[in-house]
Design a protein around this ligand. Structure first.
Ligand SMILES: Cc1cc2nc3c(=O)[nH]c(=O)nc-3n(C[C@H](O)[C@H](O)[C@H](O)COP(=O)(O)OP(=O)(O)OC[C@H]3O[C@@H](n4cnc5c(N)ncnc54)[C@H](O)[C@@H]3O)c2cc1C
Length: 419
């Protein structure tokens, strides 16, 4: 049976790998020249079930209102994006009540933990090199109120088995001495020992190579322009090169998945939240972090990925505007300066790779995986700020749903029907 996947980001590539393993004849259509060149390209690299708390936490409405138009804020809503967000935005806000928020957090965390478990099996089996580190992640705090909030969330996640350790400022330094310069400012931290990190782009390229060796066909530089529906079935897709006919179709187009809504006759409730990153060479600097350092005050993270330091974060609801805005980039430079002042002063900005990507956000922070009202159309999309973390588990779940096998997690929690 033939499966056609739209999109070769981290989600499309992992989906192709698992569907091929289940015995399907898989092809992947990707508009870029290779795998993972859009949102999966230069994300923060964190594999962090610890960050499963949805962004629409209680109080998000007032926080968004306060930040309208404030270029320096961590989470920015641009007025021009409001019309495209109306229906979606109301549901996003409706999910911010405490009961839904906690439930969504656990559903995401279950998938994230499952995903990391499968990732471990995959790397043992395939020996893929993706600059992976398994030293955990470290959340740092300057503000006791913010620390208390995350300590409470850590306890909540801890009830489902997540390990964490609440740290004094001295203990923060023991876990990661690179933070010495700012130790006086910290009121503490939380270490999540089971979190990991790695380069999502490198992983996607390596896994795509393995999948191609196993028989998956990747068609790059080819854009899917139309999905042709006929009643309860997709007949074909029309691309910039040809028409393609398959038995089964899977949309893995990240934030762009929603653009197929008109063709398929229902909304895929995924909207873009733009984020930025800087990739700075660490050559010659050996005092960097040992693990991802997450700072909620700045809505950002700093991750060591091989010889590169990745500084990433901030969120902006601004539609598909992909311009690199100076103020948003400056936020990340300031963030780096706050954490590693000496290193920040030493870098040559012209050698820094500045980047932005669109996190595919759902209304409840949980991805959409599985069946649709169309019999031969499936979705694996909407992974928001945790697509790398959830990728392997989501792909295995999708493959299980497509071939009718029992899924490890409750299928209905991730289905489009819940949205
Ligand atoms: C700043 C930032 C930091 C992040 N940090 C982390 C992190 O630390 N950990 C984590 O887990 N997640 C993180 N994320 C989120 C993560 O990067 C995303 O959830 C993930 O990359 C989404 O993967 P995807 O494959 O769904 O989408 P994409 O990577 O965007 O892939 C979709 C693919 O579909 C293709 N496509 C779209 N439309 C078409 C079409 N019509 N025809 C053909 N091809 C098409 C695109 O070219 C693209 O390659 C971060 C995101 C950002 C922006």
């Amino acid at each position: 049976m033939k499966v056609t996947i739209i999109g070769a980001g981290i989600i499309g590539v992992t989906s192709a790998y698992y569907l091929n393993k289940q015995g399907f004849d898989v092809e992947v259509i990707e508009r870029q020249q290779g795998p993972a060149l859009e949102t999966s390209f230069a994300n923060a690299g964190m594999l962090t079930p610890s960050m499963s708390d949805p962004w629409n936490s209680p109080g998000i409405f007032w926080s968004l209102l306060r930040n309208i138009g404030r270029a320096e804020s961590g989470f920015l809503l641009r007025l021009k994006a409001v019309p495209s967000l109306i229906g979606w935005g109301l549901k996003f806000l409706a999910h911010s009540n405490r009961r839904k928020y906690l439930n969504n957090m656990h559903v995401s965390s279950d998938l994230s933990c499952y995903s990391l478990q499968l990732l471990k099996e995959l790397r043992d089996e395939l020996s893929i090199d993706y600059d992976g580190i398994c030293t955990g992640s470290l959340k740092i705090f300057r503000n006791p109120k913010s620390m208390a909030k995350y300590a409470k969330l850590a306890r909540e996640l801890g009830q489902h088995g997540m390990r964490f350790q609440i740290l004094t400022p001295e203990e923060v330094l023991e876990i990661d001495p690179s933070l010495e310069a700012i130790s006086d400012e910290l009121c503490g931290g939380i270490h999540y020992p089971d979190d990991e990190a790695g380069n999502a782009h490198k992983f996607s390229v390596e896994l795509a190579n393995v999948a191609a060796q196993n028989g998956v066909k990747f068609f790059y530089d080819e854009t899917v322009e139309k999905i042709v529906r006929n009643g309860k079935l997709i007949d074909k897709i029309v691309t910039s090169r040809c028409e393609r006919v398959s038995d089964i179709y899977v949309i893995c187009a990240g934030s762009f998945s929603a653009l197929f809504g008109g063709d398929i006759g229902f909304d895929i409730p995924v909207r873009p939240a733009k984020g930025y990153s800087l990739s700075v060479s660490m050559n010659g600097w050996n005092k960097g972090p040992k693990m991802p350092i997450v700072d909620d005050d700045f809505h950002g993270a700093i991750t060591p990925l091989g010889s590169v330091l990745r500084i990433a974060g901030t969120a902006e609801l601004t539609g598909f505007d992909d311009r690199l805005t100076k103020e948003r980039l400056d936020n990340l430079y300031s963030f780096l300066e706050e954490i590693y002042p000496d290193f920040a002063k030493s870098i040559d900005r012209s050698a820094v790779r500045e980047w932005s990507g669109f996190r595919p956000m759902t209304v409840d922070g949980v991805p959409i995986i599985g069946k649709t009202p169309i019999n031969n159309l499936f979705l694996n999309t909407g992974h928001g700020p945790l697509g790398w973390t959830m990728s392997v588990g989501s792909a295995k779940m999708l493959a299980d749903v497509v071939c009718g096998a029992e899924t490890a997690l409750k299928e209905s929690n991730y289905s489009i029907e819940r949205t």
